[in-house]
Design a protein around this ligand. Structure first.
Ligand code: DAH
Length: 366
């Protein structure tokens, strides 16, 4: 098709320099520029590309402006060509912008070392320490302050350590008080019923003077509101030349005052434990009524928390200690019971049910 331009010269619409031609050329150039921008993966490059075609001084804008000066005959074809070009460039630029977002993320990931940690979300509950852990830490802290060393022993142990060396030979009636989980009666293996077994392990491995505190899990066939088949105890003992009952009484009293406050009172009542002589039951003034008498202490004003006494000479003999040269005291009490008294809980079993509602009341740190 021939037509005349404004100057009256004859010109082909397909001839170089015609609007439609320039639109096609711009399209070809744009395709190349897009390939270059993709190779650079630069979001700024995409924006520069957009400006150079669609911006105020861009090629497409110039073509659109030139449409105004185009001859009437050429205008529809040229207008269509420029508009098709404009739309396809717009579409392509939008697509590139989407890709540019991914280039940014990829560049950031490549520049920073991979962090596999989940971000801390403020609404995620922080958790807290279990009350038994809290009280155990406090108990051990007080004993350390008094110069004691923490000692550990096995939860699965031989009859020898748990019973016979502690002056409880087979068939001794005192064994009935500790209904035992046996693992193998043939091999005399059992779940320890108390932390007193640690005394024997320690005495066989160490030499006096000894000032030991030994916490741990213990097991008995027992289950009601104040007994669970697994519970926690602490054993403490001191062995040296010239250790007396008075040392024991003073140590127990100082310890309980440290945990429950300086007005706390303790009381010893004569009692029988095969591994001590003399032996005593250890009572704490009732934490609920401060000794006045209430339901918790069955109107006595006192709560039983453990046992104590002077280590029996038969125990020393079982581990080859010279019972003429050395004396010592030992005491043991339940950690869970201490937690119940300190945190005023009325059912021991709540300690081991794993309820978030209950455990969430305790602090994270001591
Ligand atoms: N082992 C005893 C129990 O679990 C508690 C005990 C009593 C420990 C008297 C002692 C002690 O060290 O002297 O029932």
């Amino acid at each position: 098709m021939q037509h005349s331009d404004q100057s009256g010269k004859q010109q082909s619409s397909q001839a170089p320099g015609s609007l439609a031609e320039r639109a096609v050329a711009a399209g070809v150039a744009f395709t190349k520029d897009v390939a270059a921008a993709r190779a650079l993966r630069s979001p700024e490059g995409v924006e520069a590309l957009r400006l150079s075609y669609l911006g105020r001084k861009g090629q497409v804008t110039a073509l659109l402006e030139d449409l105004r000066t185009c001859s009437k005959e050429d205008r529809p074809a040229a207008g269509k060509a420029v508009n098709v070009l404009k739309q396809s460039i717009e579409r392509e630029i939008e697509a590139l912008k989407g890709e540019a977002g991914a280039w940014l993320v990829a560049a950031k990931l490549a520049a920073t070392p991979l962090d596999i940690h989940l971000p801390v979300e403020p609404w995620v509950p922080q958790g807290s320490l279990h009350p038994v852990t809290l009280i155990r830490r406090e108990i051990l802290g007080e004993f350390r302050r008094m110069g004691f060393t923490v000692y550990d022993g096995p939860e699965i142990d031989y009859d020898f350590y748990n019973f016979s060396s502690l002056n409880m030979p087979a068939d001794h009636p005192a064994r009935d008080m500790q209904d035992t989980f046996y693992i193998s009666e043939q091999e005399h293996l059992l779940l320890r019923t108390h932390t007193s077994n640690i005394q024997i392990h320690c005495l066989l491995n160490e030499k006096p003077p000894l000032r030991i505190v030994a916490p741990g899990r213990v097991f008995r066939v027992d289950s009601d509101p104040t007994h669970t088949p697994m519970f926690h105890q602490v054993e403490a003992f001191v062995i040296d030349r010239g250790i007396t009952f008075a040392h024991m009484k003073g140590t127990i009293d100082a310890f309980m005052k440290a945990v429950f406050g300086s007005s706390m009172k303790t009381r010893l009542r004569p009692s029988f434990f095969p591994f001590v002589e003399p032996g005593a039951e250890l009572d704490l003034q009732c934490v609920h009524c401060s000794g006045k008498g209430c339901r918790l202490c069955k109107q006595t004003g006192w709560l039983e928390v453990g046992g104590c006494g002077m280590i029996h000479p038969n125990v020393f003999e079982a581990v080859d200690y010279d019972s003429d040269a050395y004396t010592g005291f030992a005491f043991g009490f339940g950690i869970d019971r201490m937690a119940m008294l300190k945190y005023k809980l009325d059912d021991l079993r709540t300690l081991f049910e794993g309820s978030h509602d209950f455990l969430g009341h305790f602090p994270i740190f001591t």
